[in-house]
Design a protein around this ligand. Structure first.
Ligand SMILES: Cc1cc2nc3c(=O)[nH]c(=O)nc-3n(C[C@H](O)[C@H](O)[C@H](O)COP(=O)(O)OP(=O)(O)OC[C@H]3O[C@@H](n4cnc5c(N)ncnc54)[C@H](O)[C@@H]3O)c2cc1C
Ligand code: FES
Ligand code: FES
Length: 477
């Protein structure tokens, strides 16, 4: 039995935990404003707001794609659909809230299929965003595709929305109340936290349960066998979330979402440019659900977090019936989607070593699109330097073999070398020789090898203190 708050209504359903929320909304609840576009997280037409109580008792709302959201994730949560948001103007026929008005008046609506998703994504932004620059509000709709408008109207509308609402308070409850006053949110948002607290608590973890974290991989290609197993949603276990810096290591709970990593001050202090790297992973509605553990266990050869953590020399903590063990991340991958972990083990955390000064770390990704796309080739490098001499280099790459890979031969060769144009050129050539890409939809093997060479050069341009002097020849490798 799943108890949740759906818009302004307390709901209890016996539907299956692995049923998709989008199907349930449209077919069982008659809420057809949430649209079915692609069914695999790629368009944002099905976006809804999902709110959970934070430790202080306030609700934190995130925009998520309901086509990838298992119904079990609604337990003790507040689900808000476009129908709920349209109750801001109850009693005023045809009245529009500020988001809808801006979209209509700035020419951002043609067929209207993408509009509910845009309204939901912009509402999440107004609830959580800093509201201090136009770039940020454009990123808030990075998970929404529109097939009609050509985006100029959407860009005008989202900039206008930010400017109209720029003075909102930062404190979450004050922000919520201001948005109710501005008719962005309906009045019942004010009582939602109290109503959530009164819902029955979740059942304990069942034995031999299949783990569902964010579900963004699992529900992209749902396994029909999944519904026969008991399932356990990691988000119910707060001990698996969060970033801590302790004893010279950065430790990240496996259930931490990518958006939580983006928001983590601790992680930003350990890796100064990490936000720029993490924002290249998919788009907001996916990052709001996708977890670190899921990224590692899915074992995609181009998993972005995995590539970063391989170069950071990370270690995973595995927990199973016989206790806990640590394993270098590089040893987790045995072959294509084959892992050195037992079926009854799970990853509870990942940790990587810190160092007293700045960690020189860089991540590069080449994909067909800037957002909502997985890499053709991605690569990360950690470089420890003494002056211009390389003390240690760790280079990793994805899309160039059956698993996410550490390029050990190239990394070892770099140790003790001076950072100069010759070293960079040779490192690029070695990495290309070490790679074993295949032809696929992302490009030919030759293309991917060439890309990898360029990404190795890009690492040095980003990390070497003498980058200006490297004068890397555009024709090498
Ligand atoms: C539209 C779209 C775009 C995407 N873009 C990117 C991208 O740009 N870059 C990228 O790297 N990925 C991308 N992905 C893939 C996906 O979002 C990530 O791999 C994500 O991190 C998976 O995490 P999850 O929590 O959703 O995993 P889930 O789908 O919940 O789980 C995946 C697998 O891992 C297992 N699992 C999860 N957590 C654990 C754990 N702690 N211990 C043991 N087993 C566990 C599950 O049982 C399941 O088998 C994209 C996916 C979609 C749908
Ligand atoms: S239907 Fe396209 S993201 Fe869900
Ligand atoms: S208005 Fe038609 S898809 Fe955006």
């Amino acid at each position: 039995m799943i108890h949740c708050l759906l818009n302004d209504e307390e709901v209890c359903t016996e539907a299956g935990q692995t049923d998709l929320t989008l199907t349930w909304l449209r077919e069982q609840r008659g809420l057809t404003g949430t649209k079915y576009g692609c069914g695999d997280g790629g368009c944002g037409a099905c976006a809804v707001l999902l709110g959970h109580r934070d430790p202080r008792g306030a609700i934190r709302y995130r925009v998520v794609d309901s086509c990838l959201l298992p119904l079990g994730a609604l337990r003790e949560a507040h689900l808000v659909t476009i129908e709920g948001l349209s109750q801001t103007c109850a009693g005023e026929q045809d009245a529009l809230g500020p988001i809808q008005a801006a979209l209509v008046e700035e020419g951002a609506v043609q067929c209207g299929f993408c509009t509910p998703g845009l309204v939901v994504a912009l509402t999440a932004y107004l609830l959580n965003g800093r509201l201090d620059c136009d770039e940020e509000v454009l990123e808030a709709v990075d998970g929404n595709l529109c097939r009609c408008t050509g985006y100029m109207g959407i860009k005008r509308a989202v900039r206008r929305i930010r400017r109209e609402l720029v003075g909102l308070p930062n404190e979450p409850v004050a922000r919520r109340d201001a948005l109710i006053a501005q008719r962005v949110l309906p009045p019942w948002f004010a009582g939602a936290a109290q109503r959530l607290a009164a819902l029955p608590a979740s059942a304990p973890r069942p034995e031999h349960a299949c783990i569902i974290a964010g579900g963004t991989d699992l529900f992209g290609r749902p396994d029909p066998g999944l519904e026969r197993h008991p399932i356990w949603l990691l988000e119910r276990d707060a001990s698996l979330s969060g970033v801590t810096l302790e004893q010279g290591r950065c430790r990240i709970g496996a259930g931490t979402t990518i958006e939580e990593l983006l928001e983590s001050d601790a992680l930003a202090s350990a890796l100064p440019h990490v936000q720029g790297f993490l924002s290249q992973v998919s788009a907001t509605p996916i990052r709001d659900r996708a977890t670190l553990g899921g990224n590692l266990v899915n074992a995609s050869p181009i998993a972005d977090l995995c590539i970063c953590l391989l170069a950071l020399d990370a270690e995973v903590t595995l927990a199973g019936p016989s206790g806990e063990r640590a394993l270098p991340l590089a040893d987790l991958y045995l072959g294509y989607k084959r892992l050195a972990m037992a079926e009854d083990e799970m990853i509870t955390a990942v940790a990587f070593p810190l160092q007293p000064g700045l960690i020189r770390f860089n991540f590069e990704k080449v994909a067909h699109r800037k957002t909502l796309d997985i890499a053709a080739v991605n690569s990360a490098m950690r470089l420890d330097l003494e002056g211009s001499t390389i003390q240690r280099a760790i280079l990793s790459a994805g899309g160039v073999g059956p698993t996410p890979r550490r390029l050990s031969a190239t990394s070892d060769w770099l140790t003790g070398r001076l950072v100069d144009a010759e070293t960079v050129g040779e490192a690029a050539r070695l990495a290309m020789a070490e790679a074993t890409p295949i032809d696929d939809v992302h490009g030919s093997a030759t293309y991917k090898r060439t890309l990898l060479g360029r990404l190795v050069q890009a690492h040095f341009l980003a990390l070497a203190p003498n980058a200006d002097e490297l004068r890397i020849d555009g024709d090498t490798p």
